[in-house]
Design a protein around this ligand. Structure first.
Ligand SMILES: Nc1ncnc2c1ncn2[C@@H]1O[C@H](COP(=O)(O)OP(=O)(O)OP(=O)(O)O)[C@@H](O)[C@H]1O
Length: 260
């Protein structure tokens, strides 16, 4: 069996906007190994979320294909989970019931579902908020509930669109470490879109830098340093400089939206 969880071949995707065809993704060809963590970075509007949506089966490519474990992706699969930017929590369900959502059509009993939900709520530091409703939580807390819900499903492929964006530095670092642990234990394949260059370097085995205008992956940076990585170490500085330089090359005005 191939080690590739994902194989993307000649992928092209466009949208019709006011009668004009915008080609957002163009001729993307990449393989992602099982258990790899990939960070996708690039300027706003370059197609990062679209790429994630096509991989997750939420958007259909115009041409080319995405294979997940050798099978063509044409719709969302139970084996992969997408953590959306807007959290996607159901307002009428409690925190615990939101986390249980993806477990309901499994063989787990209601007691097992509850136990699993509380375990992942504890991991994101929200076990004491199990009976609250989403509107009673801060934005960062809602994001943590969405993270707990995605992790509770224990998917083979985890797709994350700016998962830690609304969190303060302390929670972001803590959850990045939890994600590293979970990934190591379960060998989950992770594809993560982020605006945070340090997050990409801290978590990823490879960083895909998408080009600003041409819809392809302009450069792939292999982060060949042991995890957990030292954010203030020399290796880290090296990769940060490399990626920032690539950004300067890719745009006339360096992006202000990127955090380092
Ligand atoms: N459903 C859609 N219909 C029409 N156009 C779309 C649709 N989804 C995305 N687009 C367009 O495709 C382009 C890429 O959008 P996408 O959300 O993939 O970018 P992004 O790199 O994730 O941006 P950001 O970093 O701001 O989230 C944008 O020009 C956007 O307007």
């Amino acid at each position: 069996m191939s080690d590739h969880a994902i194989q993307i071949r000649n992928l092209t995707k466009s949208f019709l906007n006011k009668g004009t065809k915008d080609e957002v993704l163009k001729n993307i060809n990449v393989d992602i190994e099982r258990g790899e963590t990939i960070a996708v970075i690039g300027q706003s509007g370059c197609g990062k979320s679209t790429l994630l949506n096509v991989i997750g089966g939420f958007e259909t490519p115009d041409n080319g294909s995405v294979l997940f474990e050798g099978e063509k992706v044409s719709s969302p699969s139970r084996r992969s989970v997408m953590l959306f930017q807007n959290y996607g929590l159901l307002p009428w369900r409690s925190v615990q019931k939101n986390v249980e959502l993806g477990l309901e059509d499994t063989n787990l009993s209601s007691a097992e579902r509850k136990e699993k939900a509380l375990h992942y709520l504890q991991m994101v530091g929200l076990e004491d908020k199990w009976d609250r409703f989403p509107h009673q939580l801060s934005g960062g807390m809602q994001q943590r509930v969405a993270i707990a819900r995605a992790l509770a499903i224990e998917p083979e492929l985890l797709l994350m669109d700016e998962p830690f964006g609304a969190l303060d530095t302390f929670n972001r670092y803590y959850l990045q470490d939890e994600l590293l642990k979970i990934q190591k234990e379960s060998n989950t394949t992770i594809i993560l879109v982020t605006h945070d260059i340090d997050e990409a370097i801290y978590l990823a085995d490879r960083v895909f830098i998408m080009s600003t205008n041409s819809g392809d992956i302009q450069r792939e940076v292999v982060i060949n340093a042991y995890k957990p990585r030292d954010r203030s170490g020399r290796d880290f500085q090296y990769f940060r400089k490399l990626i920032l330089e690539e950004f300067q090359l890719s745009s006339a005005t360096p992006s202000l939206e990127y955090n380092i």
